[in-house]
Each structure stands twice: as structure tokens, then as C-alpha cells.
Design a protein around this ligand. Sequence first.
Ligand SMILES: C[C@H](N)C(=O)N[C@@H](Cc1c[nH]cn1)C(=O)O
Ligand code: ZN
Ligand code: ZN
Length: 482
Amino acid sequence: MSSAIDKVSAQIDANRAGVIQRLADAVAIPSVSGDAAHRPQVIQMAQWMAKSLEGVGCENIKFKELGKQTLDGQEVSLPPVVFADYREGKADAKKTVLVYGHYDVQPALKSDGWNTEPFKLEYDEKTGRLYGRGSTDDKGPVIGWINMLEAHRQAGVELPVNLKFVFEGMEESGSVGLDELIAHEHAQGSFFKGVDACCISDNYWLGTKKPCLTHGLRGVAYFKLHISGPAADLHSGLFGGVVHEPMTDLFAIMSKLVTPQGDILIPGIKELVTPLTDEEFKRYQVMDFSVQDMEGATGSKTTIADDKEKILMARMRYPSLSLHGIEGAFSEAGTKTVIPAKIVGKFSLRLVPDMTPAKVNELVEAYINAEWKKLGSKNTLRLEAEHGGKPWLADPNHWNYEAAAKAVQKIYGVAPDYTREGGSIPVALTFAETLGKNLLLLPLGRADDGAHSTNEKIDVSNYVEGSKLLGAYLHEIAAATA
Ligand SMILES: C[C@H](N)C(=O)N[C@@H](Cc1c[nH]cn1)C(=O)O
Ligand SMILES: [Zn+2]
Ligand SMILES: [Zn+2]
């Protein structure tokens, strides 16, 4: 006799074309939270989410409004956080799992180097891959929950736990207003009441073959460095060598932040990092991972370190500093001889225990001010600390992780790796601390999915098996805690 999860899995297989179409419909909405011009589409995506959740039997669906923000010099509405409940049968006797995900995406233009239109899901039959912005981060995994609920209903299988969904539309842009909303709802004691554990599917396997459970995330501190001088852009023939140039100043400062070997040059940062123990080092040694996996994920042979443990630690347990871009710089084809009058350099640090954005902001500001003085420039500098989030680390010795490990074994036939993610989901810590419940990251996508990059994809197998995995996880929770 087939088990409940076998029936649900068979139903997901039968729905294959439909679940791919559902992802295509979502990818077609360019819900780019970082661009004011796309804000109506982010809000459209919230409506799409609400309708989809309603269609699979969710109740109590609410748009939690967060007010307004100023973006690109315009006042725009923040996209709502979508709350929903799923309960059936003897709900009061069941465990309740809080599920978080995000329906916004990173920007994407075909001209960035995409092979296909980023907001049109393209299925490559030869490779079994689905290309499109948000396919893996985070529309695919978010829709995995919906696919799983749909299949339960169609297969006539009762969901053995209650679910509480929280889907936001600002994760890629600092989760503005979300922490306050969670604190407020928690204090009111209504929506989060009865939550037993939390789960987020918004990160990636370590490689391309083996699923993992993730119990840590790096935090983030994002900065914008504004440098301005001349009243307007200048002709370099007439004014080159005559004025202090903002771009030259910016390069001088940005080049003092990090070395090409990845060493952060800001004094005091390294001292904040929790020391490595032998026990922790052994965990990196046993992880199923190779230098070639990282080369596959980056599509290059450019790793700084040449051994597995150093690469894993660089990703999981040490901070990093990345330079992201320069706004206002001449970047088109051609040879324009301009001196830009004002420019904005963008960089961020990934934070690890025991770093906090507040402490990092202090160190970055002191260092940049000191370096600026050394330049002797007459231009004006302003450092803006943008969004930040603390790192998070959980105890994987908990029934939440045990259930997920059993589900991985059931769907994939292997025991998962236990990883820490290099990326950031600041709200993970907020949920864990505010609700005081165990939180699990259960990724669906692979290391080479190209999240945030050009040609972002999710493999159909990860998307379909992942939808099954989310269902199996919930059944294992019910079995383990019955
Ligand atoms: C891991 C998650 N899918 C993700 O991509 N998080 C983002 C969060 C962020 C921070 N600044 C802008 N977005 C990330 O780690 O970059
Ligand atoms: Zn992302
Ligand atoms: Zn994400």
C-alpha cells in the first residue's frame, strides 16, 4: 500500500506540466523590489501569491501593509507582506510550521548577458533546466509549497500539520519594515500563536548532486559611498589635471577596502570573528564537496584557495567584502572623455558570528574617514550605511532537522549534508529570536543555479522533487512528534 507521501509525490509528477506553468506565470511578473519603476509589478506579484494560496485552500489570507519608502528619489508604497493559514481536520492537535519566503527578485536585463528573456521562463529540454529570474531565488521554492498543497488536495491526502505562511516582497532590498511587523504581530499574540518550528526554502545545495540542510547564514552590511565635486560633468581635456576627480578618489578608497586575495583591510573586523575550533574544522573536512564543485558553480577556475576546507570556510564562517558597482560612471560602449561630477560606489560585507551591522558600520566609517583625510581631496564624501542583517546559527539537533533529514532520505535516497549558507536572509534570525522556535533552511536549488546572476535557472528535477520534499518534510514532522 502506498504511503501518503507516495500518493502526494505521484500527484506532483502527474501535475508536472501544471507546476511548470505556475512557475512560468510567476516569473512573467518582474517583481524587482530594488527598482521604483517595477514597484507596481511587485504589488501585482503579492496579489498573484494571495490568489494562488487561496486556490490551494489557504485561509485567513491578509495583506499586511508596511507604508511607504523613498526609492530612486520617488515615494513608493512598500509591497505588502502576505500572511496565510493552512489548517484542516483536527488542526488543534497538529504541529504548526511557520513558512517564510520572498516573492520579489533581483533586477535582470537581457543586455546583462542573459541568453533568453529573463522574465520569460524558458525550458531547455536537453539539460532539463528552467531559466528565468526568480526561478531558484525564490519563486521556485515558494511555489514548491503551493504545488505540495495542491497535490495533497488532489490526492485526497490530509496535511498532517498546520502551516502559517509569511511571504514578503522586499527581501532583495533589505526587508524594509518586516522586523517591525513581526515584532508587532508577535506582541499582539495572534498570527504567530502556536508556531512550533519554522522553515525557509531560500538557499542552495552545496554542489549539484546532494541535498543539504542549512543551519547558518551570514549577515550583511551594505554601503554606498557618495563622492561629489564639480557642479556638472566636465571635459577631461579642459579640466583633467585641474580638478580633484570624484572617480579617482573613489577608486583610491575602494582599493583600500579588500585585497585581491579577499583580505579585508578594515582594522577591527577580523577580531570580531569567533575563533575556529578543531571540532568545527572537522565538520568542513567531512562535507561532501570538492574544489571542482565550486569551479562548476562559478563556471571558472578562479577560487582564491586551492583546498576544500579553506573554500568552505571562506563561504560559511569568515566575513567577506565585495565591491558591487559604481553609479554615475560612464559605462556604455565608446570613448566618452568625461569627468563624472558625482558618483556612488557600492560595496557590502558578509557578516559572521559575532559581527553585528552596528559594530561593522562604526569600523567602516572610522576607516573610510581616516583614508579620506589621507587623500587630501577637496571633493565631498558621504558614507551611507544601507540595509544590514545579523548572522544566524541554529542547533541542528532538533526534531525539525531530524524530520527534514528523513524527508531527504525518502525523496533522494541519501543522508543530507549539514551546511551554513554564505548568503543572507536577515529575517531568519528575527523569526528564531522573536518566536523562540527552531528554524530550518531547506533548500531546493543547486549551487550552480546562478541566483542573482545572468541565466538564473532551476533544474526541473530540483523543482519537482523539491515540491515533494517539502511535503515529505511535513509528514515526517507529524510522524516524529505524534
Ligand atoms: C540567500 C537568499 N536567497 C538571498 O539571496 N539573500 C540576499 C539578501 C540580500 C541582502 N542584500 C540584498 N539582498 C543576499 O544574500 O544577497
Ligand atoms: Zn536573493
Ligand atoms: Zn532569496
